[in-house]
Design a protein around this ligand. Sequence first.
Ligand code: NAD
Length: 372
Amino acid sequence: MVTLHRTDLRPPYRVTLIPGDGTGPEITEATVRVVEATGVPIDWEVKEAGINALEKFGSVLPDDVLESVRRNKVALKGPITTPRGGGFRSVNVALRKLLDLYACVRPAKWYPGVRSRYENIDLVIVRENHEDLYAGLEFEKGHPAIRVVSDLCVQNGMEPIREDAGLSLKVISEWGSERIVRFAFEYARAYGRRKVTAVAKDNILKYTDGLFFAVARRVAEEYSDIQYEEMLVDNMTMQLVQRPENYDVLVLPNLYGDILSDLSAGLVGGLGVAPGANFGDDLAVFEPVHGSAPRYAGQNKVNPMAMMFSAVMMLRYLGEMSAADRMEQAMAAVIREGKSVTYDMKPHRDDPTAVGTSQVADAIVEKLRHMD
Ligand code: NAD
């Protein structure tokens, strides 16, 4: 059973802190300052992963990073670069896999002052993190396995696969679907949400998305206090653009979840304010949705709020509800005033009144001081 509010950890909390690379260390420094200003005592265990770790320790994901998260049960993580073409596979994906962080949670909440086409949005996307087309079961064009699969298709009365085709397999299991849907309902219950919408495309993908819906329907029966509905993913994209206020918690297989979480981030102001968390049954890693934005590294320029909102989620996970609420209110006040915000939250990206990463933290710390 998943843990959504920890009752086993006591202050001072020991939290693994992975600053990441690119702009990661700057937004991490700003976030740590704000978290500390809430007064919650945290003993940060700083661990390096990514290119810096490769240079220092010979591995992009040293074992002691994983051991630290397993031991502490909670981590706050900055973004980590995945070089294009060759190099290493994504450290972010590896971390989620090796720690079995199967549930990706991405809230999309609108705050007054955020420039967006929509207002009053408060959605939570719950995305399955391991299965679906992301399982890594792929064959390059010309691979002999494609011929084997093609022959099997023909033997079962289906069309053969063209010889010039590549092949990626979509895998959705009952087990994987059950735990992500159960997670979504538990999350809805823990956070006082009213409705869970399962999203897939079973009219076409009968044996994968059909299975996902069948499992979701069965799990939903155990949660009579939460409304349940199903939606085809194509319709869902249109509904989110036309009537986003009608939705609450959305639960989706991996690929649809990836696409709809970016769409939802776009509804409420973009990547600079989009937080995220990855949950396993007994541990959680909190991180912004955005990447390392390497071209801005070292410039004190990017928005630290996505990582700060991820830290607000972390405080709630630790059971520090009042500190989380105060931190969120202080951030909301800074957003509402619109003065101490980074370039991406100004009407024009080259607005000379935009402040830097660390000045955003200064302004939020100041608000927190006045709330005491
Ligand atoms: P990105 O999110 O780093 O940046 C895309 C653009 O979004 C930036 O150029 C910038 O304009 C804007 N942006 C991003 N974060 C912002 C912020 N905090 N404030 C203001 N503007 C912001 O995406 P990318 O350029 O595709 O990826 C860069 C690297 O990050 C890649 O190596 C990618 O693999 C990696 N990545 C890591 C994670 C993660 O660590 N979880 C997630 C996504 C991408």
